[in-house]
Design a protein around this ligand. Structure first.
Ligand code: PMP
Length: 401
C-alpha cells in the first residue's frame, strides 16, 4: 500500500546542514542553520540553563505527571509578562494570557488553527520573503488563502516599505497578517518605529488581524524591551492580537521545544471561552506539552538573580553577532569587494541576507566548502575570528568571478 507515497522534497536548511556535517574538508564553514555558535564555532549551553537543569535533576520532589493541556501556568504567565512588560495594563486588567506551546512553531500552529476555526479567518498574509515554514504551517492549520506582502527590495537591499503598505492596503478585511516582532528572518531588516506606526494605521483602517512571531526577543538587540517594542505598540493602539514566542534562540533550548502563544483580547470576560477552545485545539494535536524546558525557563524568569545572569548571556550572544557583522564588512572593504556591504551591519539578529546570487552561493559551497542557503541568507554566528577572513576572501572570489 505504501508504494503510492512519492519521495518528498528535502528541507533545504536541514539538507545543507547534513552536507556540511558529511564534508571532510578541514576549513569548512556552516552558515546554514539558525543556531548560536561561540567564538570557537561550538554550540553554547547557557550556564544559567545548566545550573537550573542540575537543580531540577537533584530535586526528588519533581514528578513526570501530565501538565495541564495549556501548559505550566507559571511559565505562560512569565512569558506573557516578558513579552508585554510586567506593568502592561492588559495584564493588570486580565485581558492577556498565555498558552505553553511546542516552541515557536507550535505557537504558530495552535494560533493559526484557532484563528481559522474559531474566528473564521481564511486569508493570511506573510512577508516576501519570510521564514520558510510560515506558509506551510498556516496552510496546514486550515488557511485556504495565502498571500504575500512585499518586504525586501533586492536593489536597495532594504525594506520595500511602499510595496508593503500598498499590499496591506489592498488586503481584504479580516485577513491575518503575520509580522516578525523583531530580527526579521531572513532579511534581518525591521521596520523603524515610524514605519510600524504606518503599518498599524493601515491595519486598523483595513481591519486586519496582527499575528506576531517573536522568535528572537532579547537575542536581536540584547534588550528584551526594545525587541518587544512593536508588539507593545500594537497593544497600546488597541489591537487584539496573538503572538507566538520561541525560547529556542534566546535560551539556546532548540530541541526542548519551549514556546508560548500570548493572546490579547479587548475584554477579560472572553478569556475563559478563548482558553476553553484553545484547550481543544491543543488536545487534538498533542494533548499537552512537555515540562522540562518550561521548568527551566519559568525558574529563570521568576528569580531575580537567575534572570540577571540570563540577561548577561543574551548580551554576550547578541554582541558577538554584532562584532562578526562588523568583522565581515571590514574584511570585504579591505579586499575591495565590489558593491556596498553596509547592509550586513544594518541588519540585526542571527541572519544576514547578503544579496549573493544562487550562482555565487553554489560557488561558495563547491569551491570553498562554505554552506549557506540558496537565497543568500547566512547565519552570522557561523562566523568567528578564525574563519571570517576565509569567508570574506571566498565571497570576494564569488562576487568577482
Ligand atoms: N519564526 C521564525 C521567524 C524563526 O526564525 C523560527 C526559528 N527558525 C521560528 C519561528 C520557530 O522556531 P522554533 O519552532 O524552533 O521555536
Amino acid at each position: 500500500r505504501f508504494q503510492v507515497v512519492e519521495q518528498g522534497p528535502p528541507i533545504e536548511v536541514f539538507q545543507k546542514n547534513k552536507l556540511f556535517l558529511e564534508d571532510t574538508f578541514q576549513n569548512k564553514v556552516n552558515l546554514t542553520v539558525g543556531a548560536y555558535r561561540d567564538e570557537n564555532g561550538k554550540p553554547w549551553v547557557l550556564p544559567v540553563v545548566r545550573k537550573v537543569e542540575k537543580q531540577i535533576a537533584a530535586d526528588d520532589t519533581l514528578l513526570h505527571e501530565y501538565l495541564p493541556v495549556l501548559g505550566m501556568e507559571q511559565f505562560s504567565a512569565a512569558s506573557v509578562s516578558m513579552l508585554l512588560g510586567e506593568d502592561s495594563p492588559v495584564i493588570a486588567s486580565g485581558r492577556a494570557f498565555g498558552v505553553q506551546t511546542l516552541s515557536g512553531t507550535g505557537g504558530l500552529r495552535v494560533g493559526a488553527e484557532f484563528l481559522n476555526r474559531h474566528l473564521k479567518y481564511n486569508t493570511f498574509y506573510y512577508s516576501q520573503p519570510t521564514w520558510e515554514n510560515h506558509h506551510l504551517v498556516f496552510v496546514r492549520s486550515g488557511f485556504p488563502n495565502a498571500r504575500e506582502y512585499r518586504y525586501w527590495d533586492a536593489k536597495t537591499r532594504a525594506i520595500d516599505f511602499d510595496g508593503l503598505i500598498e499590499d496591506l492596503r489592498s488586503a481584504p478585511a479580516d485577513s491575518v497578517v503575520l509580522l516578525h516582532a523583531c530580527a526579521h528572518n531572513p532579511t534581518g531588516i525591521d521596520p523603524t518605529h515610524d514605519q510600524w506606526e504606518k503599518i498599524a494605521d493601515v491595519m486598523e483602517e483595513r481591519k486586519l488581524f496582527p499575528f506576531f512571531d517573536s522568535a528572537y526577543q532579547g537575542f536581536a538587540s540584547g534588550d528584551l524591551d526594545k525587541d518587544a517594542w512593536a508588539v507593545r505598540y500594537f497593544i497600546k493602539r488597541g489591537f487584539e492580537l496573538v503572538c507566538a514566542q520561541s525560547y529556542a534562540k534566546n535560551f539556546g533550548l532548540y530541541n526542548e521545544r519551549v514556546g508560548n502563544l500570548t493572546v490579547v483580547t479587548s475584554d477579560a470576560a472572553l478569556v475563559p471561552a478563548l482558553k476553553s477552545q484553545l484547550t481543544w485545539v491543543v488536545r487534538s494535536i498533542y494533548s499537552n506539552p512537555p515540562a522540562h524546558g518550561a521548568r527551566v525557563v519559568a525558574t529563570v524568569l521568576s528569580d531575580k538573580a537567575l534572570f540577571d545572569q540570563w540577561r548577561e548571556h543574551i548580551k554576550t550572544m547578541s554582541s558577538r553577532v554584532i562584532q562578526m557583522r562588523e568583522a565581515l564588512r571590514a574584511e570585504l572593504i579591505k579586499l575591495g569587494t565590489p558593491g556596498s556591504w553596509e547592509h550586513i551591519v544594518k541588519q540585526i539578529g542571527l541572519f544576514s541576507f547578503t544579496g549573493l546570487t544562487a550562482r555565487q552561493v553554489a560557488h561558495l559551497i563547491q569551491e570553498y566548502h562554505i554552506y549557506l542557503l540558496n537565497s543568500g541568507r547566512i547565519n552570522i554566528c557561523g562566523l568567528n575570528p578564525g574563519n571570517v577572513q576565509y569567508v570574506a576572501r571566498a565571497i570576494h572570489d564569488a562576487v568577482t568571478k
